[in-house]
Design a protein around this ligand. Structure first.
Ligand SMILES: Nc1ncnc2c1ncn2[C@@H]1O[C@H](COP(=O)(O)OP(=O)(O)OP(=O)(O)O)[C@@H](O)[C@H]1O
Ligand SMILES: [Mg+2]
Length: 220
């Protein structure tokens, strides 16, 4: 399955979700994973470099690509992998648009705050446009940095009820220190020497809901 992490707003957790799910796919699901860093900031690549140095090998293959190269490389290399995760970066770029032409599933991380909820309409417009070229594309919003409990989460989910392009996937990740702490040392939360059980459970729940979605008529 080809899963892209997309949000035109920065700092919402695209890279955090992409790298943690790459680790989850490799470690828990035993999948052969390609992680595509299509963000010029190169954060997923930096994470992978730290990880490879620490562990000897990342466990997944990293590819850096930009613009139309994202599509070309994914089409070329894709058949050799079980799962392809694409970190598409935080702006409306040629890389992001190329990503939307090859993805099966788009994950749109958002925080339960009004500024994030407002940007979902902009992402929905991009998705609608991309569907003309890629009709099998489906988009799911995932709450990240959610509050442990409270009305904001419920309201953020409800804000998507009328969105025709993006559905709400009920697998929120709460704001937890484990995520930045693990990011900084090149590990997924599942691999931490002192695992945060709640963070692990949330990540596994997200992975299970996401990777059991059936792509419309995926190549794989
Ligand atoms: N669930 C979480 N709990 C706590 N911190 C988090 C969580 N998810 C992400 N973060 C932190 O929030 C910051 C932004 O996350 P991240 O870099 O993944 O976002 P991004 O959408 O990829 O940003 P950019 O648009 O700049 O690429 C990072 O410092 C990350 O460690
Ligand atoms: Mg990022």
């Amino acid at each position: 399955m080809i899963v892209a992490f997309v949000q035109t707003k920065g700092g919402v957790g695209k890279t955090t979700l992409a790298v943690n799910l790459a680790v989850e796919r490799v470690k828990r699901a035993g999948r052969n994973v390609l992680l595509v860093d299509a963000d010029e900031q190169g954060t997923a690549s930096d994470f992978t470099a730290i990880r490879s140095e620490r562990l000897g090998a990342a466990g997944f293959v990293l590819l850096q690509a930009s613009g139309g190269e994202v599509r070309d490389q994914v089409l070329k290399l894709g058949p050799g992998f079980d799962d392809i995760l694409i970190d598409a970066g935080g702006r409306d770029t040629a890389s992001l648009r190329a990503t939307l032409t090859v993805a099966d599933i788009v994950v749109v991380p958002f925080q339960p705050r009004s500024f994030d909820v407002w940007t979902l309409d902009k992402v929905a417009a991009l998705i609608a446009e991309a569907k003309a070229l890629n009709p099998r594309l489906r988009a799911y919003a995932v709450l990240n940095c959610a509050d442990p409990q409270g009305q904001d989460n419920v309201e953020a989910a409800e804000a998507l009820a009328d969105n025709r392009q993006i559905r709400y996937l009920d697998a929120p990740l709460v704001r937890r220190k484990a995520f930045p702490n693990c990011n900084a040392v090149g590990l997924g939360v599942l691999e931490s020497p002192q695992p945060d059980r709640k963070a692990c459970k949330e990540l596994i729940d997200l992975a299970e809901k996401l990777f059991t979605l059936t792509p419309r008529s995926s190549r794989r």
